[in-house]
Design a protein around this ligand. Sequence first.
Ligand code: ZN
Length: 175
Amino acid sequence: MIYPIGTSGSRVILTPPVLDHLAQHRQRRFWQAEAGGQLFARLDDGDIVVTEATGPRPADRRGRTYYHPEKSAEQLEIDTRHPQGLHFVGDWHTHPQAYPDPSASDLASIADAVRRSRHDLNGFVLLVVGTLDPPDGLHVSVHDGKVGYRLSPAPATRVELCPTPGKLAPRIRFI
Ligand SMILES: [Zn+2]
C-alpha cells in the first residue's frame, strides 16, 4: 500500500510482509492484548519503503489497552539492521478499535522519539492497527516532532497487462 506524503513527492510504502505481520496481531477478541514493535525501511529516492515490522517481543509489557516495549530489545533491533541498510523509521501498535486513532500519549511518545533521534529522516512514521482491514482499520501518519500528518492511501495507479484470454478461457464460467 502506498501513502503519499502531501505534495512532497515522497511516499510511505507498506510492503506485503509488513501488512501481513500487522494483520496477524489485530485485536479481534476481547482478551487479546495490544501488540506493537518497530518499523524498518529502505530509503529509496525519497520513498520510505517499509520492509519489516518487528515485535511484539516476549519481554514487552502488554495489556488490552497498553503496550510498553522493552527498550534494550528495541535498540538491539536497530543496531542489527542498520548495517543491512534498514533504517528505523517509526513504530506500530494495535488498538482494540475498528477505526484506530492514536491516543494523546501515542502522539507524545512519537514526538519525543523524533526529537531524541539522530537520524537522516526529518520525521517518523506511526501506524495504529485497528480491527478492520486496511485502509479503514489502519492509521498511518508522519510526525516531525511537533505535528503529525495523517496520510491517505493513493489509488492504485499500476498498469498491468491483462492475462491472455486464450489461457484463461477454460476456467471462465458464465452464470
Ligand atoms: Zn495507542
